[in-house]
Design a protein around this ligand. Structure first.
Ligand code: NAD
Ligand code: TYD
Length: 357
């Protein structure tokens, strides 16, 4: 199979590229703009392989995207490129509208033109896989409810609203133009190569730096966590075996309150890398002003992908979190340069954000 992966230099996209390019039967083209979130260092283990190619391009550039599909004779498009951080979408929603909505429209138009040029088996094989999030379903109460594929969309943040819009466009291109699409909506991912603005890597690296560990609101918000390599395995199944026109929810049955995630990281670090002063890293936890529009709880019912495509995650939250912490302890070559450039100001508090961008 010949794959075009958009956003392959990001957190999840790089896990997908590493997985697919690890099999010489596949050919993998990674198309990525290399925004702040894109990092070719995450692809060091595959970038010399003969079955891997990189194209630096913006998904909003329809011509370049079309040429990549044609020139590389693509069978399956896996569309992951996006602006992905909720807090940044609060500070500056414009980039989310541009990349996540306009960019997906350009991807769909390019895919439609390319699909219409295909014949025979090549045409039967073609899929456009749109990678999305459970955040499109919105806010669940603390004590009940779970997202299924039939849950109505009710996004709360500029990020989730832009992803919901892109999901609707993808379905419309299936219904209207017959483009063979598949969609997947996944819960919060964590694992190696995760950009340290998201909760888990931020807390690990702030702790190692003896910085404060910011927990929004009361820390009671619940996220349903999935190890990134388990997501990559699920995505391969959806892209290659999913039924055209269908969507699949992906999640690891691992609901945790934020405060428990942060305390859990502190407890593991206390054992693996005790602080010089002998205190617990938990002393660095600070409750800070809540995120505006903060969804209380996400929870995924993944029974459809388990039943129909035979997917099962390999990590529990406990084994995955320990593996993630070990990875950050051993891979400063990857995160060191990012932390130097990144700065430490709080993102996504309305106070910090200026006029609309
Ligand atoms: P990420 O922010 O780590 O990576 C995004 C990648 O897209 C980067 O490499 C970036 O350079 C690239 N990109 C951004 N704008 C682009 C553009 N205009 N043209 C080309 N490339 C561009 O994101 P991620 O966490 O790996 O998420 C990947 C996808 O999975 C996104 O679509 C996201 O909505 C979805 N998703 C993420 C999670 C999660 O927990 N991280 C959960 C469910 C779904
Ligand atoms: P995040 O990693 O930004 O993912 P998402 O917003 O897509 O779920 O945040 C995960 C949870 O952690 C979310 O409820 C917000 C919270 N959070 C904090 O409490 N402190 C932080 O510094 C960050 C970045 C997030």
């Amino acid at each position: 199979m010949r794959f075009l992966i958009t956003g392959g230099a990001g957190f999840i996209g790089s896990a997908v590229c590493r997985r697919l390019a690890g099999d010489p039967a596949n050919f993998v083209v990674n198309l990525d703009k290399l925004t702040y979130a894109g990092n070719l260092a995450s692809l060091r283990s595959v970038d010399n392989l003969p079955n891997y190619a990189f194209v630096q391009a913006d998904i909003c550039d329809g011509e370049t995207v079309s040429a990549a599909m044609r020139n590389y004779d693509i069978d399956i498009v896996m569309h992951l490129a996006a602006e992905s951080h909720v807090d940044r979408s609060i500070d500056g929603p414009g980039a989310f509208i541009q990349t996540n909505i306009v960019g997906t429209f350009q991807m769909l138009n390019a895919a439609r033109g390319y699909f219409e040029s295909l014949t025979g088996e090549k045409r039967d094989r073609f899929r456009f896989h749109h990678i999305s999030t459970d955040e499109v379903f919105g806010d669940l109460p603390f004590d009940s409810g779970i997202f299924t594929e039939e849950t109505p969309y009710q996004p709360s943040s500029p990020y989730s609203a832009s992803k919901a819009s892109s999901d609707h466009l993808v379905r419309a291109w299936h219904e209207t133009y017959g483009l063979p699409v598949v969609l997947s909506n996944c819960s919060n991912n964590y694992g190696p190569f995760h950009f340290p603005e998201k909760l888990i890597p931020l807390v690990i690296l702030n702790a190692l730096d003896e910085r404060e560990l910011p927990v929004y609101g009361k820390g009671e918000n619940v996220r349903d966590w999935l190890y990134v390599d388990d997501h990559a395995a699920a995505l391969q199944l959806v892209a290659t075996k999913g039924v055209a026109g269908e969507s699949y929810n992906i999640g690891g049955n691992a609901e945790r309150r934020n405060i428990d995630v942060v305390s859990g990281i502190c407890a593991i670090l206390d054992k693996k890398r005790p602080r010089a002063n002998g205190a617990s890293y938990a002393d660095l936890i600070r409750m800070v002003t809540d995120r505006p529009g903060h969804d209380r709880r996400y929870a995924i019912d993944a029974s459809k992908i388990r039943r129909d495509l035979g997917w099962t995650p390999s990590q529990t939250f406990e084994t995955g979190l320990e593996a993630t912490i070990d990875w950050y302890l051993n891979n400063e070559w990857w995160w060191g340069p990012i932390r130097k450039e990144q700065g430490y100001e709080r993102l996504g508090s309305l106070k910090a954000s200026g006029p609309a961008k």
